[in-house]
Design a protein. Sequence first.
Lengths: 356, 308
Amino acid sequence: MNSKVKYLNQLNLNELYAKKRFKRLLTFLILIICLFLTLFFTLMVGPVNIPPHIILQILFNISPESWPPGYATIVLDIRLPRILLGGLVGSALAVAGTTMQAMFRNPMASPYILGISSGAAFGAALAFVLGLNALLGISGVTMLAFLFTLLTTYLVYTIAKGGERTSVETLLLTGIAVGAFFSALVSLLMYISGEKLSTIWFWLMGGLWASDWNKLLFITPLIILGIAALFLVSRHLNLLLMGEETALNLGLEVETFKKIIIVLASLITAAAVSVCGIIGFIGLIIPHIMRLLVGPDHRILLPSSCLVGAIFLVWVDTLARTIIAPIELPVGIITALFGAPFFLYLLRKKKKIMGW
Amino acid sequence: MKIGKKSYLLMVIAIFCGGIISSFVISQFYHGNDNNFKNEHIISIAAACTEIIYAIGAGEKLVGVDQSSLNYALAGEVAFQDAPGKLGDYPKDVPNKTNVGTTSALNLELVASLEPSLVFSWEWATTANTALENLGLEVIKINPQSIAGVLNLTKTIGGLLGKSTEAEGVCSEIENRIINLTSKLENITEAEKPLVYYELAALGKTIGPGTITNEMISAAGGVNLAENESLRYPTLTSEYIVAKNPDIIVVVSYGASIAEIKSRAGWGNISAVLNDRIYQIESGWATASPRLVLGLEQLSKWFYPALW
């Protein structure tokens, strides 16, 4: 009894908070530095070897006469947009995955849980089969994939909505059913696609090889605004984890909040999927890995997932484009091949404190 | 709690600033399609074009080819014997070209580093074509789906590469060989024409109307089993094929083995199996390229061995 009082007296809440904040800040700082190092190092890797000092000269346009003009195209028009796109897509998928897992309170949830990957696949396959041309430098495939992702989300939400309350279970099942429907349509399109079959098949596995500045200009505002808005509501995600009724009792407008979450997560997923196909695994595993590493508080979990998602996808994509160069391996194969064993290792090591 | 709110706001502001800065950086680097490649180097990511380019003797202008162009060379010199024009150089020459990946996942960096003045691509490879055009490259998109289409394409490529005379020569060689073949078939009646089942990679997977192989089968004097299907690449059921009882089965070189086809359940009574008229065709002989003439002659020899 006496020792307990003594302990409470010694406890300085302010000091504890400060410590926690410092730790959080340090985590972010380290991750941001990692991200910048990743961006720079991966910029040097590729079939054409360009030394780091030339890369810096090209990036800041110093003494343009000292490097072959082809180098500028390779660094600025091919590698840089690809790496930036990889980072953005990785962040978007990781953040969307974390959000979906919180909303569904289900460790199996991923950005694609509402069947939107099948919707995107249908849009892309349709564009391939119809042979749609690019508009304003953005390919028909990107546009239709984006539109059908949003359409699928709208469809799933409208079907699942019942009166006052939309239960996450109904959403989940509606997502599975709508997804299965679109999957069947994709198979049908693949069946009649003839020569285009391999193109569709490759798109379904995801890849960043066709990245360019047009795609980046298209998705950057969507993803950055979407992620920023989700950061704003990350505190409420913590409430949702305690159960919808508890969250309601604590003053959260649960139904409106769920709607906002679905719209934002789908928007960033749609942007990501439309430019690079269906890259699996990141949205499922990065949130889990980060939950094991930084804990379940979404105020830390969401931003750190965002940064690690970017770092992870940029590295994995670098492997995809170099491992059997000049042939490119679909990036989805590597995300699972490297991510799964690492995740299993973490799970075994830390299974007692898994934050669910 | 107040402290949390503040750091929150700071984070959001930081992110917005990040967004604005990144957009600014992007707009700085974005300088549109103003690349000027003056070299006379060309790249072909459409195997049909690669073959035509060789046939007209412009192989040395190629600096890069795609994976499937290289795969065709793997079949060896036998697959190119008696090919029109200078196509015979293909199998020993193409492996020396830079591999720029596949049509569904092009290695753009390699393409750019080769600084091509022209890229030949498939019309349906929309993702690759958009990416190439965004790099400021000139892309020629092709999709020949008939024998006449291949001849026209040969002339077009000849014009683009300054080899018009050679292209005319290749076309007239192909035309003469087709005329020679047709003259042999002059006295064949409709009833005599064999019913042909042409199998691709799997049981029942075949070629329908609108494909070049379908046209080749009828030009060689056969009747394609699937010529009235509604799809260009339909999959027929095993039962239907058995009921149709084809006289001849032709299977592509990457498909099933002849022994496997003979041993299929219920196929023992098909006339092609009973008479041992199952043949394997080199896959490069039945596609949109000058080598289709080799395929035509081969098919005709299988259909009417007595005439050759």
